[in-house]
Every structure is written in structure tokens, then in C-alpha cells.
Design a protein around this ligand. Structure first.
Ligand code: FES
Length: 109
């Protein structure tokens, strides 16, 4: 299945994902700068991505733990998610997400 990543520099990178793997894993394989330090334990928020608006509603809803962790991430936007919590499935073929730049912190507006 196809994925599209927009880098912090604004480049779009086409990548392939496998059904059943996390978006984080697919992003890392594509060379995206997501640390994913806690490896999906929802304890770090370094896997934060901003999902394209048209895709956001098609994802399974974020758990409360995920929302709490997102509150701590830099540059959070309305469609932010933790990529380690997004499991790829057929319905997400074509999913597009942006990798936020860590230095660009728009939390406070
Ligand atoms: S990898 Fe740590 S919260 Fe996703």
C-alpha cells in the first residue's frame, strides 16, 4: 500500500507500507526523522505526525493515553497523531502525513 510523507523541509516522499505494521515503522523505513524512542509504549511522543485533513477521520480514534501524550508533543495540530498508534490497513492506502519539524513549535499559537 502507498503512503506519502511530507518532510519538515516540505518535500513529499512516496513510500510503501505493509498492512498490519505501524505507521511509525513504515515512516522510519522511508527514512523519516521520527525517533519513536519508546517503541510504541506511548511514553515519548517522538513519533508525532500531522495527518492530512482528508485522512484524519478515516483513522481509528486516538485513545485517551494518546491524546495525553500528544498534549506534550511540540507543534501539535488538530490532526496530530502518534504514528506508533496507527496500524496500517487496506483502507489507509494512500495515507498522507506530515512530519513536524521539532524546531517549529506552534503550541502557543
Ligand atoms: S513511539 Fe513513543 S509514543 Fe510513539
Amino acid at each position: 500500500m502507498k503512503l506519502a510523507f511530507v518532510t519538515p523541509e516540505g518535500d513529499t516522499v512516496a513510500a510503501e507500507g505493509e498492512v498490519g505494521e505501524s505507521l511509525l515503522r513504515a515512516a522510519q523505513r522511508a527514512g523519516m526523522p521520527l525517533e519513536g524512542t519508546c517503541e510504541g509504549q506511548m511514553a515519548c511522543s517522538t513519533c508525532h505526525v500531522v495527518v492530512a485533513a482528508e485522512w484524519f477521520d478515516r483513522l481509528a480514534e486516538a485513545s485517551e493515553e494518546e491524546e495525553d501524550m500528544l498534549d506534550l508533543a511540540a507543534g501539535v495540530r488538530r490532526t496530530s497523531r502518534l504514528s506508533c498508534q496507527i496500524v496500517l490497513n487496506e483502507a489507509l492506502d494512500g495515507l498522507a502525513v506530515e512530519i513536524p519539524s521539532e524546531s517549529y513549535d506552534m503550541r502557543r499559537g
